[in-house]
Design a protein around this ligand. Structure first.
Ligand SMILES: [Zn+2]
Length: 204
């Protein structure tokens, strides 16, 4: 099966024009984000649009910042920083993200994924982000300097389960935590739950 090559996306189209970059979509198979060859960016048509947007910005970062063809770790981080700033510019995003309201932020920045938005929030606010795909924890990270357990606590696990069971967003306060759970169903087989936990003061 080849799959439809998705329609062009305005976000990418505008950036490609601005930076005079060529790009194309290709069927690259599962788990592949994309790559660049010289000044051309190749994106995986299989990935959701928000992920393609991120990949485009990341690869664009490598090109704009003049990175080598085999980027070093520090260059990968710089490309991620470029992508974050291009997708969610600090000047606009900082005032917008104070309330950690992911639904509102997604309306303001529809080209970014919930996860990218949540990770950016943690650059400017104290908190912990936990991502569950179909009930399995796939990511957990916190704002810089915050001490927190590597695995979701019992109350967080319960919050994620509740979110999944009720198929809706939830808000829980327990054990010194304010937890917001977001139920994200984008029509793929995977149902995602994103938890934002704050303030975690009791772990310090
Ligand atoms: Zn890279």
């Amino acid at each position: 099966m080849g799959g439809e090559i998705p329609a062009e996306n305005d976000f990418i189209k505008r950036l490609a024009r601005k930076y005079h970059i060529n790009y194309r979509m290709e069927w690259l198979g599962e788990g592949v984000r994309g790559y660049k060859i010289g000044d051309e960016i190749v994106l995986n048509s299989l990935n959701p649009p928000e992920r393609r947007n991120w990949t485009f910005c990341h690869e664009l970062g490598h090109i704009v910042l003049g990175h080598s063809q085999e980027p070093a770790d520090v260059e990968e981080r710089e490309a991620d920083g470029f992508a974050a700033e291009t997708m969610l510019p600090e000047r606009d995003f900082v005032p917008d993200c104070a309330g950690f309201d992911l639904r509102r932020l997604k309306e303001l920045y529809p080209h970014a994924s919930y996860e990218a938005i949540a990770r950016r929030c943690l650059q400017y606010n104290s908190g912990v982000l936990t991502v569950f795909d179909s009930g399995e924890m796939v990511f957990r990270g916190g704002s810089e300097g915050l001490v927190f357990p590597a695995i979701a606590t019992a109350v967080e696990k319960r919050a994620a389960e509740q979110c999944l069971a009720e198929r809706s967003d939830i808000s829980v306060s327990a054990d010194g935590l304010d937890i917001k759970g977001y139920f994200i169903d984008v029509g793929s087989e995977v149902i995602r739950v994103i938890l934002i936990s704050r303030p975690f003061a009791y772990f310090e």
